[in-house]
Design a protein around this ligand. Structure first.
Ligand SMILES: *Cc1c(COP(=O)(O)O)cnc(C)c1O
Length: 371
């Protein structure tokens, strides 16, 4: 049996006739830039998230950058996020000229450490960017309470968490705004790069529409930074077909995660934890193991694809040397660097595939223990 890390072909195959029809419609109409399909997708996605506005962007990083810029975050401001995230979260703050301030993650859930978050707040802090990392909801009640107490903005990085619930509400609907990515392998992916910002703030939504479109409220008249971060009509047309399937796809991911959790119980494989009253969407299923590299090689030889998210934390990236953090600054994140392994997880994965992955992983781990 082969188990790929993800299988996008399996996702697209049943939708192919509908997708091809949608692509043909756009090509026929020729409305490639900000066509109707973009508005339609934005309305669908806002409704899906339970927010008023959604503004399509050309990738998730751009969604984060423009969300910060729309709220006026810039030079002299500090933005707090976690050391174990993907580079884009920190990069967004850097790109608007703000200073990135990092904190460690919670050892069980991998989400931002709330005590360290509050301790990192200074008079210059302007925004918090919590990440719903791996599709596990961050503790939004406590994050919003901290933010309100200190009068801070919250921009959720929901790029790995389309559709996840925190206490009955979708992630992305808690902060002042949230950014999602439609990178193909995300829980909802375009046929290339894409992203979206959601917010309940009408003025911010308006600014985001101007910002993404050359800073122009009307053609050839520019009032804000002239970015070009529009979402293509073609991507919107395809995303409109995929979005109605997202909840079902996430149900399958949850079923596979539950199977992994059950099969790994009582073994040396450490599974991710999440708060009660949350429903993660398992963009990634990350376990911790000893002999991670050897396990990864072993699984690869059995035809099982895996990944590492992420092998180098933000503060140890060469680009971020200038932040001045030393090795040892974030002990939880650093101690997990060599132990985390992302197992296969995708919306068309079968129970048999999950069982095979678990069986092979446990086999390697128990042999490593007895060796
Ligand atoms: C995917 C992702 C992003 C945005 O990525 P893009 O490739 O720019 O769409 C941002 N943050 C996190 C945590 C991500 O996983």
């Amino acid at each position: 049996m082969k188990v790929p890390f993800v299988d996008l072909q399996a996702q697209h195959q049943p939708l192919m006739p509908e997708i091809m029809q949608a692509v043909q419609n756009v090509l026929t109409k020729g409305n490639f830039i900000l066509g109707n399909e973009v508005n339609e997708l934005e309305q669908m996605f806002a409704d899906y998230c339970g927010v008023k506005y959604a503004i399509g962007m050309d990738n998730g990083l751009a969604a984060e950058v423009l969300a910060l810029e729309a709220y006026g975050v810039g030079p002299g401001d500090e933005v707090i996020t976690q050391a174990n995230t993907f580079i884009a979260t920190a990069a967004a703050a850097t790109m608007v000229g703000a200073k990135v301030v990092l904190v460690d993650c919670d050892p069980d859930t991998y989400q931002i450490d709330l005590d360290q978050l509050e301790a990192a707040i200074t008079p210059r802090t302007k925004a918090i960017m919590p990440v719903h990392l791996y599709g596990i909801p961050a503790d939004m009640d406590r994050i919003m309470a901290i933010a309100n107490k200190h009068n801070l903005l919250v921009i959720e990085d929901a790029c790995q968490a389309h559709g996840a619930f925190y206490k009955g509400k979708r992630v992305g609907s808690f902060g002042h705004a949230a950014a999602f990515s439609f990178y193909p392998a995300k829980n909802l992916g375009a046929a290339g790069d894409g992203g979206i910002v959601v917010t309940n703030d009408a003025q911010i939504a308006e600014k985001l529409k101007i910002l993404r479109n050359c800073g122009s409220p009307k053609k050839y008249y520019h009032t804000m930074t002239p970015h070009n971060h529009r979402l293509d009509t073609l991507h919107a047309a395809i995303l409109k077909i995929k979005l109605p399937h997202l909840d079902d796809w996430n149900v399958t991911r949850r079923a596979r995660a539950a199977e992994y959790e059950k099969l790994f119980a009582g073994t040396p494989i450490i599974t991710p934890k999440y708060q009660a009253e949350t429903e993660p969407v398992w963009h990634l299923y990350v376990v911790r193991v000893e002999n991670r590299t050897e396990l990864q090689d072993y699984l690869s030889k059995q035809g099982i694809g895996t990944g590492i998210h992420y092998p180098i934390p933000i503060h140890l990236q060469p680009f971020y040397e200038n932040l001045g953090y030393k090795q040892g600054a974030f002990p939880v994140t650093e101690s997990y660097m060599d132990k985390i392994l992302s197992l296969p997880m995708f919306e068309h994965m079968t129970a048999e595939q999950a069982a095979f992955v678990a069986e092979q992983t446990i086999k390697f781990a128990s042999e490593a223990v007895t060796a």
